[in-house]
Design a protein around this ligand. Structure first.
Ligand code: PEP
Ligand code: MN
Length: 338
């Protein structure tokens, strides 16, 4: 429930409401607004009884929140959140951030070469998968901890923070000790135990939308992380599965302006997995920035023809340099939400 206080509600009236929420065994979260204060009520498992609030002075409205998320919503947090990944700030209305690197870390040389390429062209964060969630078990499964070491070395060599995927709870602590941001992939978006555990880790999380997840499910997944105390969550639209088969997935770009209204968390777009084709990555990266994305994540490989994973959608060094040039000339909505 959201308790909206009257315009001129006094500190004392607010304190009385906060106390009334606590008496019910629930958690009050005051949300200061420009004109009035609201008090979010957290911790209820069902409908919150209005009776204890009915006669309290200073209350304008009681709004029952029926959605499965609260902490991620703008109702409970009107300002834009900024997530800081190794010194790089990602948030609505900020300069868009480019995350780039190969799908998978394949060797020390490969990730070092990729790191140099993306750094030289202007990427701000290096990506690379050490643990890979592959659809088939006969394909390259990632180098695991060895790959993580190479990724860390490459990030340090070029001075870029790193993001990498975690698939299991036992990977969280060792990966969090070395990486600047933990990626939860599309296939694990609803691995609720993993989400809860990553919520207890004080590292930024890049949460990718599941291939058939509704936006409500996507936001509810993020809510799991925030509820455990970690508010450093970046949402990533990476395409969803629809009836359309011409492309790998369907890039649902409308979610960018939509989510901007609904959540304070930054949203980035991954056109590589959405399209599955490198020739479409450049135009759709630009489109993502134009509609206000806080950044993009693209796959870049020093030699895509030899990539062990996702080669067809990976940009080569020249393609990435081209993309970065184009992005510099791309206007972003960039202004804060009204
Ligand atoms: C990836 O980023 O390499 C990846 C596996 O992404 P997704 O979870 O979106 O498929
Ligand atoms: Mn990939």
């Amino acid at each position: 429930m959201l308790i909206v206080m009257e315009h001129g509600a006094t500190e004392e009236q607010i304190a009385v409401v906060v106390e009334a929420v606590k008496v019910l065994g629930l958690t009050p979260q005051p949300i200061p607004g420009e004109n009035r204060v609201a008090i979010g009520v957290l911790g209820n498992q069902g409908y919150v009884d209005e009776e204890p609030f009915r006669d309290l002075p200073g209350i304008q409205d009681l709004i029952h929140v029926t959605k499965p998320y609260k902490l991620v919503s703008r109702d409970f947090h009107p300002g834009d959140s900024v997530v800081c990944v190794g010194g790089v700030e990602i948030g609505w209305g900020r300069e868009p951030v480019v995350i780039a690197g190969p799908c998978a870390v394949e060797s020390r040389e490969q990730i070092l070469a990729a790191a140099r390429v993306v750094r030289a062209a202007g990427a701000k964060i290096l990506r690379g998968g050490a643990f890979k969630p592959r659809t088939g078990p006969h394909t390259f499964q990632g180098l695991g901890y060895e790959g993580l070491e190479y990724l860390v070395e490459a990030g340090r060599a070029v001075g870029l923070p790193i993001v990498t995927e975690v698939m299991r709870i036992d990977q969280l602590d060792p990966v969090a000790a070395l990486a600047d941001c933990l990626q939860i992939g599309a296939r694990n978006m609803q691995n609720f135990d993993l989400l809860k555990e990553v919520g207890r880790i004080g590292k930024p999380v890049l949460l990718k939308r599941g291939i058939s997840a509704t936006l409500e499910e996507f936001l509810a997944a993020a809510e799991y992380i925030l509820l455990e105390g970690n508010a450093q969550v970046i949402l990533c639209e990476r395409g969803i599965r629809t009836f359309e088969r011409a492309l790998r997935n369907t890039l649902d770009l409308g979610v960018v302006p939509y989510l901007r209204q609904v959540t304070h968390l930054p949203v980035i777009v991954d056109p590589s997995h959405a399209l599955g084709r490198r020739d479409l990555v450049i135009p759709m990266s630009k489109a993502a920035i134009v509609v206000g994305a806080a950044g993009i994540m693209v796959e870049v490989h020093p030699d895509p023809a030899r990539a062990l994973c996702d080669g067809p959608q990976s940009l080569d060094p020249a393609g990435f340099a081209h993309l970065m040039r184009d992005l510099r000339a791309t206007p972003s909505i960039g202004s804060p939400v009204a």
